[in-house]
Design a binder for this molecule. Structure first.
Ligand code: AHR
Length: 656
């Protein structure tokens, strides 16, 4: 219980009466004389899934939709540009667009476009991902595989809705064989919804594949690399791990469309495009043009993890398609292939440069290992079939790679029969880490801050692998990312952190959403073709992940009267870190008292607050609710503080 001290607070009101109210002062006792267990450096991380156009059109900033003509409708995203006939109508006799398969670029990318101009000036245009985003003065790399014995050039333009040209570039020098050509286009205006056009200025035909337009300015300046502003938002979180590639996308609605990591590495032009499982999952938000090019594949995920200092956590299919969809199962005898995928993935990530998969990693530009230490076996699976398949995985993986921890699922709900059934089995099987999911109401989060206080310390560790407070309900389209959801998650996260000896990892989900193309809300980060912002929930994740200590410190009380606390010691920076969440509408006078250590100067105070629980960040006000830093002098082992209404505060107290 909170210790309380009566203090008199004088409130001056407009009436000529001074009201004196008694308000109790909260005493937060931080017992640094008795440090607890080590906190995992992976404690707070991120969950990436290609949902809401998070990959193509998002983190992977390809501007061209269906660049390789492999969508089910192979001309999705493409339209002919026909000259006007003498009768004033579009003249379809001036050129033709055919999707062909003879002598393709490669076997996994079998379709290509034959563009035949019967008159100069015939062309086609691409819609992009809800338009093509370009910025004034920026450069874009236009590339394509071309095969032609005819026309000697292909001209590209970028135009706005009125047809005004914003930039152009030309590919030339074709030699009759499939070959990649590229040029750079500089744009002279900003337009989030431009269009990309290709023209033949001579009669004749060309074969085209992998038509691409990419910003030159990418994260870490990698050619055709990741979108800079989005990776920056991720890097700023200081995530301890990154889980990828999902989520249900791992499972596929059918096994045929499950995520297969091996088809996502190597030559980009040979990565097999498949439908995205979120394509038409929800009637309310259909996205028939949602496919996966895998330009963002497993190599890029590992590279991203390394770039932002996060441990990689790949999740693999265990022979089960999504149990909310087909529930299709690979027979037990067929799971060999799935297990081999896991073994090969370990070799791809960690194997020597002369091993087959280690060589591929090396050839792709990364001879040193990616330091993979954990793998998820299945995503959100449940039931006896899951356990059967897990046992086969575990037998093989534990025998060959005892150094790799296996993450297993507790099913889609945070409680109930399935959850209990799985947990009792995981205890018996001595599983490493159990992934729990909770998409629940803000109230649930506030009421469950002590969820892990009584978890078995000797059993499997916990990964809070997917969670987000839902204002309306799971998969409802009117869920909001507001301060109410964020502060309830913050309160809950103090409970995760306090139980850092059993909860080893946690991640909010989903991570990214395109504002014009999403399927699922709420999400941590919203973006459109040019802009992005972190939600209130994002900033909660960010201040927690940026302020994890290395060792637990007991704090009492940790939840009372709407105030929630956690504490840790950072043994590398010699700081005591205290987090306090005031989820009430009152200012709470408090005193942080600590024992066992002496302060050494100014404490850094990071505060995230809003008096309005409905407050949301947006493209126009991206930092309406964002952290503010200040300092406070600490001269003794007692710090008087005032916790603002609806606030999250982190104190970093330097120690002698
Ligand atoms: O985060 C969205 C979805 O929620 C994930 O794909 C799935 O694992 C969960 O059901």
């Amino acid at each position: 219980m909170f210790r309380t001290i009566g203090v008199a607070i004088v409130a001056v009101v407009s009436l000529p009466i001074a009201l004196i109210s008694q308000q109790s002062k909260t005493v937060i006792t931080v017992d640094a004389a008795h440090p607890g267990a080590a906190i995992s450096p992976k404690m707070f991380g991120i969950f990436f899934e290609d949902i809401n156009f998070a990959a193509d059109g998002g983190l992977y900033p390809e501007r061209i939709k269906n660049r390789s003509f492999e969508f089910d409708q192979p001309l999705t995203g493409w339209h002919a540009i026909l000259p006007i006939s003498s009768k004033g109508t579009l003249d379809a006799t001036k050129g033709e667009l055919d999707v062909r398969t003879e002598n393709p670029l490669n076997e996994t990318n079998p379709h290509y476009l034959r563009m035949a101009a019967y008159e100069p000036g015939f062309g086609l245009w691409n819609t992009g991902f809800r338009g093509i985003g370009v910025e004034n003065g920026a450069e874009y790399r236009f590339s394509a595989y071309v095969r032609t014995g005819g026309p000697t050039s292909i001209r590209a333009t970028i135009t706005d809705a009125s047809g005004r040209e914003l930039g152009s570039g030309t590919l030339t020098g074709f030699d009759g064989e499939w070959k990649r050509y590229e040029t750079t286009i500089r744009t002279n205006a900003t337009d989030p919804h431009a269009r990309f056009n290709l023209f033949l200025d001579e009669k004749g035909s060309v074969d085209l594949d992998m038509i691409s337009l990419f910003p030159v300015d990418t994260w870490n300046h990698r050619p055709n690399g990741l979108r800079k502003d989005l990776v920056q938002l991720l890097a700023d979180m200081h995530p301890g791990f990154i889980r990828f590639p999902g989520g249900c996308i791992v499972e596929g609605r059918r096994l045929a469309t499950r995520y297969r990591w091996k088809t996502t590495v190597g030559d980009i032009a040979a990565r097999k495009t498949i439908v995205n499982r979120w394509n038409d999952e929800f009637d309310t938000r259909p996205a028939p043009d949602y496919f996966q090019s895998f330009g963002l594949g497993f190599y890029e995920y590992f590279q991203l993890a390394e770039d932002i200092g996060a441990s990689p956590l790949p999740i693999l299919n265990c022979g089960m398609a999504c149990q909310f969809n087909s529930s299709e199962l690979a027979e037990l005898g067929e799971t060999k292939e799935y297990i081999q995928d896991a073994l090969d993935l370990i070799e791809f990530a960690n194997g020597p440069v002369d091993s087959p998969w280690g060589k591929l990693r090396t050839d792709m530009g990364h001879p040193s290992p990616f330091h993979l230490t954990m793998i998820g076996v299945g995503n959100e699976q449940w039931g006896p079939h899951y356990l059967e398949r897990y046992k086969l995985f575990a037998a093989e993986l534990k025998a060959k790679h005892p150094e790799i921890k296996l993450v297993v699922s507790a099913g889609p709900s945070p409680s109930g029969d399935q959850f209990e059934y799985l947990w009792s089995n995981w205890r018996q099987l001595n599983a490493d880490i159990v992934d729990e999911h909770y998409y629940m109401s803000p109230d649930w989060f506030l009421k469950n801050t002590a969820r892990y206080d009584n978890y078995d310390r000797s059993g499997p560790k916990v990964f809070a692998g997917e969670y987000a407070a839902q204002t309306s309900g799971v998969a409802k389209t009117d869920n909001r990312n507001n301060w109410k959801t964020a502060i309830s998650e913050a309160a809950f996260m103090t409970g995760l952190e306090r139980n850092g000896d059993v909860v080893q990892m946690a991640s909010y989900a989903p991570l990214l959403a395109h504002a014009d193309a999403w399927q699922w809300t709420p999400d941590a980060i919203w973006f459109d073709n040019l802009r992005s912002y972190g939600t209130t929930d994002y900033y909660v994740q960010r201040i927690f992940a940026s302020n994890v200590g290395t060792r637990l410190i007991p704090v009492t009380p940790h939840s009372e009267g709407g105030v929630y606390t956690s504490a840790s010691l950072d043994e590398t920076t010699h700081e005591l870190i205290v987090k306090a969440v005031n989820a009430t509408s009152d200012t709470r006078a408090a005193e942080i008292q600590f024992t066992g250590v002496s302060p050494a100067g100014k404490a850094k105070v990071t505060t995230l607050l809003s008096s309005d629980l409905n407050a949301e960040n947006s493209f126009d006000a991206p930092k309406k609710v964002a952290p503010h830093d200040s300092t406070v002098a600490v001269n003794s082992a007692t710090i008087p503080v005032s916790l603002a209404p609806y606030s999250v505060t982190v104190y970093r107290i330097p120690l002698r």
